[in-house]
Every structure is written in C-alpha cells, then in structure tokens.
Design a protein around this ligand. Structure first.
Ligand SMILES: [Zn+2]
Ligand SMILES: [Zn+2]
Length: 291
C-alpha cells in the first residue's frame, strides 16, 4: 500500500545501520528483500526484469528504522516505500501498523519524520514570540514539513484535503525549532471588494500536543495580514471545522451564543464561510456530547 492512499501517521523512530541481505536488480538497481515469482523463475519487484532461477543475495550495510509505535524494524526496501507529495516515505514493515517510520526529500537519505520537521526551520523569521515563530513556506524542506503535517491533519479530520504546494500559499509554525502547525490559503476572485479578490483560508492545523499554546492564533494573525492586502476586515474560510470556529471566536472575528436550540451566530460580518457551516457543525457536536 502506498502511503498516499491510506490513513498513515507519523511516529518517532530510531535508526541503526545493519548488515542486510538483499537482492540487487542488475537492470534498475532496485534493492529488495523479495522478488516476484513466475513459477520457478524470479523477477525484479520494481521493473519486472527476470532475475533467474536462483537469487543472488548481496550483503549491504543499510539504515534500519525501528518503529516507535510497534517496535518493528524496517529497512528501506521497495515494498515499504510510498509517496506523500514530494516526500518519499518508508512505511512500517508491520502490515498491521499504520505508521510512517522515515521520510526523505530528494537527497537519498531517509530520516525520522520528526527530523524533517526540524529541518524546515530555516530562513527568515516573520514573527518571534517566545519560542514560537511563523514563516512563509518557500523552501523544499518547508513544503515537505507541511506535507508531513498534512498527513496528521487528514488522519484527524477527513475533510482536510491533500496539500499541493503549487496550488496554495502556506505558513509554517514552529515551536522550539520544529514545525508543529501550518496554514494554507489562496486569493480568489470576489465581487464587491476593492481589489476584486478575497483571501481564503483553506486549512489550519496544529499538532494536538501544541494546541492551546497560541500557535493557531499566530498562524491566523499572519494570514490576516496577507488578507488585508485584498480587502479590509473581510476574509473567507473554506470547510471550517469547530476547532477553527473556536479559534476565530478567540480572535474576535466571529461570535456566537449557545442556546437550547443550538448555536446562534451573533457576529459574522468579517468572515465568509465557504462550503461548510461551522455553527451547524458545532451545534451537532454539542448535541452529541449531551446525549
Ligand atoms: Zn529491476
Ligand atoms: Zn510500526
């Protein structure tokens, strides 16, 4: 299964270098611990070129990642590899385990996914507040970090869509030098605004451990600075969930009261909600909690 198809998650992993026996394909160079079988003949798992009746095993020193979730050891073999956007990922070799144990950009070195989240912290810092900061996403490392965090976002809430760097602007938020949250946005045509455009907040996500620490607020403030270039005091939010609604309330951009009947919006003039009504989402969440 390729990582982009399923509900994968990030974990910490420990890396060791071990001697591994493997098959090296003379045609495409793929390294694997298994081959496709056609009767008594073998073929390369990647390119399907014949490898003969008897397989030649070669010993090689390879990085092996021990899964932080299940403890299984995974070398970077073809059958465990997948892609998340530009990021190559190594899935845990335990088939019952949902975790990504390593990730790689295009430099050929697999790393603990958390190391890629730390690598993203380079470049200009837009705002500094204690140990938190936000940057515009520009480098490949930063785009990769958003792609990895997007995996966690999609796991938690299936309404999050796949982040494609070429289709959206993004900010990355860091805590102590590690990427822990992101925001994506686009500028869309709009009638009745002085610029003819409006900024649309597409996704905002913070890793659960770092919620209620001001990361979301910091991301929202950066976005609102961009949004003000298009129209004063108005921006749009697409597919807002209840976490986003609470964040917007804390920022003073929307307000609502909770009544016996449900959730009553009382201030909505600065935010236009697209494709979802977060007040209704909140009302049904509260009703479920009260059952
Ligand atoms: Zn091959
Ligand atoms: Zn595992």
């Amino acid at each position: 299964m390729s990582a982009s198809d399923g509900c994968q998650k990030l974990t910490t992993s420990s890396k060791s270098v071990e001697t591994v026996e493997l098959i090296v394909c003379p045609d495409c160079g793929e390294r694997s611990n298994s081959a496709t079988r056609y009767g008594e003949m073998h073929a390369c798992i990647a390119c399907d070129e014949p490898l003969g009746r008897d397989l030649t095993l070669e010993e090689e020193r390879l990085p092996v990642f021990t899964c932080g979730a299940c403890g299984e050891e995974t070398p970077p073999f073809y059958e465990h590899l997948g892609h998340v956007g530009d990021v190559s990922v190594l899935n845990c070799s335990n088939e019952d385990c949902d975790y990504i144990v390593a990730a790689m950009l295009d430099n050929g070195v697999y790393k603990d996914p958390n190391d890629l989240l730390s690598d993203a912290c380079v470049g200009e810092v837009d705002s500094v507040r204690q140990n938190k900061q936000v940057t515009v996403v520009e480098t490949r490392e930063q785009k990769a970090a958003v792609q990895l965090l997007n995996i966690e976002a999609k796991n938690e809430d299936t309404t999050f869509s796949l982040y494609k760097p070429e289709h959206a602007n993004a900010f990355l938020a860091y805590h102590d030098g590690t990427a822990v949250g992101y925001l994506t946005w686009t500028a869309e045509p709009a009638e009745d605004t002085r610029s003819g455009k409006v900024a649309v907040l597409r996704q905002i996500f913070t890793l659960p451990t770092f919620r209620r620490t001001g990361i979301g607020t910091l991301l929202l403030e950066q976005f609102k600075q961009e949004a003000a270039d298009f129209t004063d005091d108005l921006y749009a939010v697409e597919g807002a969930n209840t976490q986003t609604l609470r964040l917007l309330k804390a920022a003073g951009d929307v307000d609502y009261t909770i009544t016996d009947e449900g959730v009553e919006p009382t201030k909505t003039d600065t935010v236009a909600f697209l494709k979802s009504n977060p007040f209704r989402k909140l009302a049904s969440e509260l009703a479920r909690e009260n059952q």
